[in-house]
Design a protein around this ligand. Structure first.
Ligand code: NAD
Length: 492
């Protein structure tokens, strides 16, 4: 069904802005259909948005936290009410299956509610009297935050920043990805309407807007989720004015299957398949390489294929039986294809997985049949690069030291998972270099918004979610009143 395209706004200082120059977002399932348009904002407009946030900060920073909470609660309720419409829009512009889009909004709301419930705990000032005087410690907002987000989870990766930033008294300019700008713009508009003008601004565009957001001296913090290479540019741009930053970057998460994993555990295998192919594999924290102990390798591969063939149903995101939709954009299709092709040319076996429910869509839409790669070398591109698409290699290993080394030699360290007897798995997990390691589950299934999330090494800087994810929008300010006002060793 071809639905009339929508047009979303930029929001600068409370005003809804349109531009002649627009970003066009096509439907990945039917690329000839336009889902909608977003403003392609200029650098000038980006500066206006930053200026508005900078001015708004002067009063918002001192606003009452109860007032901020009440506003955020109203926004949460409005997003809840609008979820069916927003999920449908997200699914159409992104390509993710409708249940997946609904799940993204549900996780976003869960996090927003957690931030509302915990902001006072994180920002409560301490006032301590002690033997050498009195010390007051406050947790103050930082200033203008530039939030830059990717296309794969546009709503959750924006609200993960918006909620704690605004609740702690910061102001923000949000820039979503041009590959999925529509649904998140609706969410941002709902939130912005509940807050004073200038507190939440929204601009769209690509690198040019991004460069202004990361170099403008009025920006105090950058909250970025995206690729590691983009983050390198951002760090350089931000270095001139030493901005605070949270960087949530790429990953090449491994699933390590121990020799005591039960290959007949169908629920566990289903969880692993989901951890590889949810959102067509386009998740930072999805398991992107599976290492299996050689003693169970053959049996595991056989059972994995069975489980994958059961769960993976590729087709129209609005077909309720579909679990895996198209890939979001053409570049990503070509990139994933190139990794699979490279492995194939080097002798790997490529096994197609799942059932195609809408074969009529496959050639025209940005679809890829999910694949398993067997027999790849540990250094092949499909193993060492982040595929961010529906393909996964399975590789055998001989001993735990070897697999821990294979895991840890990656430049990435976002999440990981270990599968087997729980205590054994925990022992191995302790040796893994990653921000999160899940036992007998992986990816979104094991995510808990109450606990910090983020990467080590080139997977990131800082943490989102959890109390740390709220605290990262504050600066600690110490007000000290010592009893002894003069130091004895300083001469008269
Ligand atoms: P990307 O880095 O290409 O783009 C991310 C955002 O940065 C977009 O909004 C883009 O317009 C903007 N941008 C591009 N150039 C810029 C510049 N020079 N300065 C400032 N901003 C700029 O990433 P993507 O392709 O949208 O997303 C995929 C990547 O995101 C993957 O690597 C994935 O692993 C990562 N990711 C990480 C997490 C996490 O939590 N760690 C979550 C989701 C996605």
């Amino acid at each position: 069904m071809n639905i009339a395209p929508i047009t979303v706004n930029a929001i600068i200082n409370g005003e809804k802005i349109q531009t002649d120059n627009k970003i066009t977002r096509e439907n990945p399932t039917h690329p000839e259909q336009i889902v909608g348009y977003a403003p392609n904002n200029t650098r000038e407009q980006t500066i206006q948005a930053i200026d508005a946030a900078y001015e708004a900060f002067k009063t918002w920073a001192w606003s009452d936290v109860e007032d901020r909470i009440a506003r955020m609660q109203r926004a949460i309720q409005k997003i809840k009410d609008a979820t069916p419409e927003i999920a449908e829009l997200l699914s159409r512009e992104h390509g993710k299956a409708l249940y997946d889009a609904q799940g993204e909004i549900a996780v976003s709301l869960m996090w927003m509610e957690f931030a509302v419930e915990n902001v006072k705990k994180v920002t409560a000032p301490e006032d301590r009297k002690h033997e050498t005087g009195r010390t007051i410690i406050t947790h103050d907002p930082i200033g203008v935050v530039s939030a830059i987000t990717p296309w794969n989870y546009p709503i959750s990766l924006s609200t993960i920043k918006i909620a704690p930033a605004l609740l702690t008294g910061n102001t923000m300019v949000l820039k979503p990805s041009p590959f999925a700008p529509l649904a998140v713009s609706r969410v941002a508009e709902i939130i912005a309407e509940e807050f004073p003008s200038g507190v939440l601004n929204l601009v769209n565009g690509d690198a040019e807007v991004g460069i202004e957001l990361t170099s403008n001296p009025k920006v105090a913090k950058i909250a970025f989720t995206g690729g590691t290479n983009t983050a390198k540019h951002i760090m350089k741009a931000a270095s001139e004015t030493i901005k605070k930053m949270t960087l949530e970057l790429g990953g090449n998460d491994a699933a390590i299957v121990l020799d005591d994993f039960d290959v007949n555990d169908e629920r566990a295998l289903r969880r692993m398949v989901i951890a590889n192919f949810l959102t067509a594999g386009q998740i930072c924290m999805i398991a992107k390489r599976i290492y299996v102990h050689r003693s169970i390798y053959d049996a595991f591969v056989e059972k994995y294929i069975e489980a994958a063939n059961k769960w993976i149903k590729v087709g129209d995101p609005f077909n309720p039986d579909v679990t895996v939709g198209p890939v979001n954009n053409k570049n990503q299709v070509e990139y994933v294809k190139s990794l699979v092709e490279d492995a194939k040319n080097k002798g790997a076996q490529i096994i197609p997985l799942g059932t195609i429910l809408n074969p009529e869509l496959m050639d025209n839409g940005y679809f890829l049949q999910p694949t398993l790669v067997l027999g790849a070398d540990v250094h092949d591109r499909v193993v060492v690069e982040e595929q961010f698409g529906p393909t996964v290699p399975i590789l055998p290993y001989d001993d735990e030291e070897q697999v821990i080394q294979l895991h840890n030699e990656s430049i990435y360290g976002l999440t990981s998972s270990v599968w087997g007897e729980a205590e054994h798995a925990i022992k191995v997990a302790r040796r893994i270099e990653a921000g999160t390691t899940m036992i007998n589950t992986a990816a979104i299934q094991g995510l808990d918004v109450r606990f910090p999330f983020g990467g080590v090494k080139q997977s990131g800087v800082g943490r989102e979610y959890g109390l740390d994810g709220i605290k990262s929008y504050t600066e600690t300010h110490v007000i000290n009143l010592p009893n002894d006002l003069e130091l004895p060793y300083i001469p008269e």
